[in-house]
Design a protein around this ligand. Structure first.
Ligand code: NAD
Ligand code: DAU
Length: 332
C-alpha cells in the first residue's frame, strides 16, 4: 500500500509518518511538502520515506503522485491563525486551491482520500456553554485560517456527493507533542522559558482549548481510514479542556519557575473563546479511545522533548519571534 502524505514535514504530518513507520510495515509513504517556513526535513530524519518537495497546488505534480498512490492523507495547510490575520492570501491559495487540486486528482484516479481538518470550523463556544461541538454543529469560522479550512471541508463534501469521491473528513482539537513549530502556543512558551523570556498570554488568558496528544490524533486518523464510512465526518478530541492561563502556569511550574512568571499581551483579533469536542461518534461507531489521558504528563514529556532537541527548534525561533514583533498588535 502506498500512501501520499501531504504536509508530512510539518508537525502533525511528520508525527503521522513516524507513527506509521513504526506501526505499519506494509505501508510505503510518499511525503509531498512545499517546505514552507513550517516544514522541516529534520522532522523526517531516520524514517524510510520518499520525499517530494512541491506544492499541492501544482496540478501536474499532484496528478502524477496521486496516480501512484492507494490513499491520500491531506495534512498540508497554512495552519497558524496569527499568520492568517497578518497575510491571508497563502491561506486561500494552499487551503482552498491546494485542496481543490488534490480533490480533482483523487477524483480522476479514484483514490481514497482522508481530509485533515480542525474544530475551528465550528467557531467558538462561551466559557459556560454546556454544549460541545458535534458533527451536527453548524459551520461558523472566525479567522481567515479557519474560514479557509471550513471552505476546504465543504469542497470535500461536494466532491463526495457530486463526483462520488471516496473521502472521509476529521476535525480535531488542539494538538500538542514533539516537532510542533515554535510559533504555536505551547512550544512558544517552553522555548521562551528556555531562552529566559517570560511567556506571553493573549488577553485575559481565560480562552479554553481542548488539548489532544498528536499521537492520539494520528491513531484516530488511521481508525477513520480503516473503519470510517465514506462521506462521513468524525470529530477527534480527548476531553482535554484547559484555559491558556492554566497551561502557562503548568509549563512554568514544570520548568521550575514561579506560576506567575508570565505577561499578558495584546489579544489576538477575533480570538475564539473556547473550543470543546464531543467525540462520541468516533468512540462509539469506530471504537477509538485516546491513549494519553494525563495532560500534565504529556506536557512534561513535550517540555523534555524541546529541552533535548534545541538543534531542531533553534533555527525557527528568531524568525518566529521577529514575525510576532512585526505583527504589531499580536502577541509582541
Ligand atoms: P504545520 O504548519 O506544522 O505543517 C504544515 C505543513 O504543510 C508544513 O510541512 C508545510 O511545509 C506544508 N505546506 C504548507 N503549504 C503547502 C503547500 N502549498 N504544498 C505542500 N505543502 C505545504 O501544520 P500542523 O499543525 O501539522 O497541521 C496539519 C494539519 O492539521 C492542517 O491541515 C491543520 O489545519 C490541521 N489541524 C491542526 C491542528 C493543530 O493543533 N495543529 C488541529 C487540528 C487540525
Ligand atoms: O483547534 C485546532 C487549531 O489549534 C488548529 O486548527 C490550528 O492549526 C492550531 O494552530 C491551533 O489553533 P489555535 O489558534 O488554538 O493555536 P495557537 O497555538 O496559536 O494558540 C492556542 C491558544 O493560545 C489561543 O487561545 C491563543 C493563545 N496564545 C497563543 C500564542 C502563540 C497565547 O496566549 N500566547 C501566544 O503566544
Amino acid at each position: 500500500m502506498r500512501v501520499l502524505v501531504t504536509g508530512g514535514a510539518g508537525f502533525i504530518g511528520s508525527n503521522f509518518v513516524h507513527l506509521t513507520n513504526t506501526s505499519r510495515s506494509e505501508v510505503k509513504m510518499t511525503v509531498l511538502d512545499a517546505f514552507t517556513y513550517a516544514g522541516d526535513r529534520a522532522s523526517l530524519h531516520g524514517v524510510g520515506v520518499d520525499i517530494v518537495a512541491g506544492d499541492i497546488s501544482d496540478a501536474a505534480l499532484v496528478d502524477r503522485l496521486v496516480a501512484e498512490s492507494d490513499l491520500v492523507v491531506h495534512f498540508a495547510a497554512e495552519s497558524h491563525n496569527d499568520n492568517s490575520l497578518a497575510e491571508p492570501l497563502p491561506f486561500v491559495q494552499t487551503n482552498l486551491v491546494g485542496t481543490y487540486t488534490l480533490l480533482e486528482a483523487v477524483r480522476k484516479h479514484d483514490v481514497r482520500y482522508h481530509h485533515i481538518s480542525t474544530d475551528e470550523v465550528y467557531g467558538d463556544l462561551d466559557l459556560d456553554d454546556p454544549e460541545r461541538f458535534t458533527e451536527a454543529t453548524p459551520y461558523n469560522p472566525s479567522s481567515p485560517y479557519s474560514s479557509t479550512k471550513a471552505g476546504s471541508d465543504l469542497l470535500v463534501r461536494a466532491w463526495v456527493r457530486s463526483f462520488g469521491v471516496r473521502a472521509t473528513i476529521s476535525n480535531c482539537s488542539n494538538n500538542y507533542g514533539p516537532r510542533q513549530h515554535v510559533e504555536k502556543f505551547i512550544p512558544r512558551q517552553i522555548t521562551n522559558i528556555l531562552d529566559g523570556v517570560r511567556p506571553k498570554l493573549y488577553g485575559d488568558g481565560l480562552n479554553v482549548r481542548d488539548w489532544i496528544h498528536v499521537d492520539d490524533h494520528n491513531r484516530a486518523v488511521w481508525t477513520i481510514i480503516e473503519r470510517g464510512e465514506i462521506g462521513q465526518t468524525y470529530l477527534i478530541g480527548a476531553d482535554g479542556e484547559e484555559s491558556n492561563k492554566r497551561v502557562v502556569e503548568q509549563i512554568l511550574v514544570a520548568m521550575g519557575k514561579d506560576a506567575s512568571d508570565y505577561d499578558h499581551v495584546t489579544d489576538r483579533a477575533g480570538h475564539d473563546r473556547r473550543y470543546a469536542i464531543d467525540s462520541t461518534k468516533l468512540r462509539t461507531e469506530l471504537g477509538w479511545e485516546p491513549g494519553f489521558s494525563d495532560f500534565a504528563a504529556g506536557l512534561t514529556d513535550t517540555i523534555d522533548w524541546y529541552r533535548a532537541n534545541e538543534s531542531w527548534w533553534r533555527p525557527q525561533k528568531a524568525a518566529a519571534e521577529a514575525k510576532y514583533a512585526d505583527q504589531a498588535v499580536i502577541g509582541s
